[in-house]
Design a protein around this ligand. Structure first.
Ligand code: URA
Length: 427
């Protein structure tokens, strides 16, 4: 097989066979195919999208390029959840103990944040002593004993994806739905769970800007996962405003703790209930999605899952008392500049504002400041009086108030509260 022939085949709109995709992925991982040929092939794929079968072969080849986590030592059905990344998305922090309280086994590998989106590992590390570098044995033992564990992804999962992603990043080929789907699913399927629920974010603060694009991506990822023999389903959820109020590592942990006590923002609790319902239903813990979701709501509102969060933090070496005793930075209020109704909130701008405060990374090696961030006090559809508190800013010094205010679009028009869950696929 010659790479140039495969580039020409894709350029002319033909589908690859499994053997051809294996040749490409093995060749790029071994360094046998030069970057310029891989780049040309990526551009061909961008213009001649892969079908589901090709995307499945690409996913399989990429996941087989590295370490596959063997969760066999964990009793019962292993579950996982993946979010395509949003602003203020602290879901895993509360979902893992919630699912565990309902009898699920959540074995979750998570990443760090980059750009306007935060990472679960960074959020957990705002708890003093919290250890996210668990050995596979410790990880599995904790899931068996407690029902949940969250650890950082190792460097060895899907190395082919890392090489391909770095080339996509510099060749304008990131926004190809089959390439995104394969990239995400290669890493998720390598994590070894039996049940995977995907939260595909739609909107300004997300990778997918429109519902139609997000639906195509989600349907493809569900199809790839099902072909691989896993129970995969997906939610499309709205990211035209941040999830909940808090953006920033410590603030998001505090919000997750509040949700587990039945307190805190309704949109965040709604997402937790829906995801926990779907995950536990797919894990055969309930006979219907409705029954599972009803129980998730009961457990969350009753505060029953909070002790599981305490046990989870303790098991991973975190000192929750020290976290609780750490004082917050003194917030500075940003107030509504005019009377009106919030029409939209640019989550992306608020995510970037939090990053500039130090809550996120502009570059991979930047340090994180766990204490800084924003609390967005109002939501789309809320009516405001001039001068009403809009955002609390937790900063170490001065900040760009105009950039924060620029994220809010306020007019006189009436605006309904947007729905959080836009669609469910595979449920
Ligand atoms: N996230 C990934 O892991 N891969 C992509 O290609 C896009 C988003």
């Amino acid at each position: 097989m010659r790479m140039v022939e495969l580039i020409e085949k894709k350029r002319d709109g033909h589908a690859h066979t499994e053997a051809e995709i294996q040749f490409i992925v093995k060749g790029l991982t071994a360094g046998d195919i030069p970057d310029y040929q891989i780049s040309a092939w990526l551009m061909a794929v961008y213009f001649q999208p892969m079908n589901e079968e090709e995307a499945f072969y690409l996913t399989k080849a990429m996941l087989e390029s590295g370490e596959q986590i063997d969760l066999a030592g964990i009793d019962g059905i292993k579950v996982d959840k993946h979010s395509t990344g949003g602003v203020g998305d602290k879901t895993t922090l509360a979902l893992a103990p919630l699912v565990a309280t309902m009898g699920g086994k959540m074995a979750k590998l998570s990443g760090r944040g980059l750009g306007h989106t935060g990472g679960t590992i960074d959020k957990l590390e705002s708890i003093p002593g919290f250890n996210t570098s668990l050995t596979p044995e410790a990880f599995k033992a904790q899931v068996n004993a407690l029902g949940c564990a969250v650890a950082g992804q190792t460097a060895d999962v899907a190395p082919a994806d890392k090489i391909l992603y770095a080339l996509r990043d510099v060749t304008g080929t990131v926004p190809s739905i089959p390439l995104i789907a394969s990239s995400i699913m290669a890493k998720k399927l390598a994590s070894g769970a039996d049940v995977i629920v995907l939260d595909v974010k739609v909107g300004d603060g997300a990778f997918m800007k429109t519902k139609a694009e997000a639906e195509t991506l989600a349907t493809l990822m569900v199809g790839i996962g099902n072909r691989y023999g896993k129970a995969v389903s997906a939610f499309l959820t709205h990211m035209d405003e941040p999830l909940g109020e808090a953006i920033g590592n410590r603030l998001e942990v505090i919000e997750a703790m509040a949700a587990l006590k039945g307190e805190g923002p309704d949109d965040f609790k709604e997402l937790l209930i829906e995801l926990a319902g779907a995950i536990t239903y797919k894990a055969n813990l309930f006979s219907s999605l409705e029954a599972a979701t009803k129980e998730a709501a009961r457990v969350l509102e009753s505060g029953e899952a909070y002790p599981k969060f305490e046990a989870f933090v303790q098991a991973q070496g975190g000192d929750l008392n020290a976290f609780i005793d750490t004082p917050n930075l003194e917030p500075v209020l940003v107030r509504a500049p005019e009377k009106g109704v919030i029409q939209s909130i640019e989550a992306l701008e608020l995510g970037l504002a939090a990053m500039h405060l130090g809550a996120g990374r502009a570059k991979k090696d930047d340090a994180i400041d766990p204490l800084v961030g924003l609390k967005v006090l109002k939501r789309v559809g809320d009516a405001l009086e001039k001068g009403e508190p809009l955002v609390e800013v937790y900063a170490r010094g001065s900040f760009d108030e105009a950039a924060i205010l620029g994220a809010f679009h306020i007019t006189d028009a009436k605006r309904d509260t947007p729905a959080l869950i836009l669609k469910k696929i595979g449920l």
